[in-house]
Design a protein around this ligand. Structure first.
Ligand SMILES: [Zn+2]
Length: 272
């Protein structure tokens, strides 16, 4: 088997886990290489922790998640949460990162997303899609031998149009590992996100293990929608019977800013 290399650029430490955690689990088990990048350090995602303290806590959470998933690396760029801009400097950071990892596949958010950091991350990654092949851009880091394919992860935004499920990966069989990885981001799933949703009295200490799992599963419910959107692809890659039974799936859209794969090939790109 030829090893494939995947790099996921999310805006915050927990985005790669939420959007790619299940697929990453399958890929790593099969011997492929996976790297997660958080383009900001996540230092705004809390209601009480001071920024430096939060950035340090989230770095540790990311490393713990990486261990659970068995991925190669979970890199966090030293950029402030909530302030990311698609600058040339940041673009160069992404270009170097892609060239150094030499991926076959680069995945990120779409540019139509509610969070300014998600949009900026998507913009930075897309702005790198062509520039990674230009030797005179960041000349100190040589261009890659192979040109990667770029893809977008699932989201629920419908303007200007919903995400297209060009590829879909069932995550039912790895959902426990995905939830275990996500659960490491305690400051998020057990503190900031419930607080942000208005649940100001949420206290994780009152939940038993099963309840904690169910709590984190809330952030996986979107992948039921993804599975339904990607039903035809699921049937085509897993067969009619299994494909129709998948409950949770992570779906991916091929970006037209990069090298293009034929649809049948892209549909299988994320499968172990
Ligand atoms: Zn985020």
């Amino acid at each position: 088997m030829e090893q494939k290399r995947f790099i996921f650029f999310g805006a915050h430490p927990d985005d790669p886990d939420i959007l790619f955690g299940g697929t990453a689990c399958h890929l790593v088990r099969a011997g492929h290489a996976v790297k997660f990048v958080s383009v900001t350090n996540g230092d705004s995602g809390h209601y009480s922790m001071e920024q430096k303290e939060l950035a340090a806590a989230r770095a540790l959470e990311a490393q713990n998640s990486a261990k659970v998933l068995g991925i190669d690396e979970y890199e966090i760029f030293p950029l402030h949460d909530g302030e990311l801009e698609p600058t040339v400097e940041n673009r160069k950071r992404i270009i170097r990162c892609i060239r150094e990892f030499q991926p076959d596949v680069v995945i990120t958010h779409r540019t139509c997303d509610y969070h300014p950091d998600h949009r900026a991350t998507a913009q930075l990654v897309l702005d790198s899609a062509y520039m990674i092949s230009v030797p005179r851009c960041c000349p100190e880091t040589p261009i890659c031998d192979k040109i990667p394919v770029f893809a977008y992860s699932f989201d629920r935004f419908v303007n200007p149009r919903p995400q297209r499920a060009d590829a879909a990966v069932e995550i039912d069989s790895v959902i426990d590992q995905k939830v275990a990885a996500m659960s490491n981001h305690r400051t998020q799933f057990y503190e900031w996100l419930p607080w942000g949703d208005g649940d100001r009295d949420f206290d994780v200490n009152k939940l038993n293990e099963e309840e904690r799992k169910l709590h984190v599963m809330k952030w996986n419910q979107r992948f039921r929608i993804a599975a339904n959107n990607g039903r035809e692809v699921l049937k085509s890659v897993y067969g009619e019977e299994m494909g129709s039974k998948v409950v949770y799936a992570e779906t991916f859209e091929q970006s037209d800013y990069s090298r293009q794969l034929p649809p049948e090939e892209f549909a299988r790109l994320f499968l172990p």
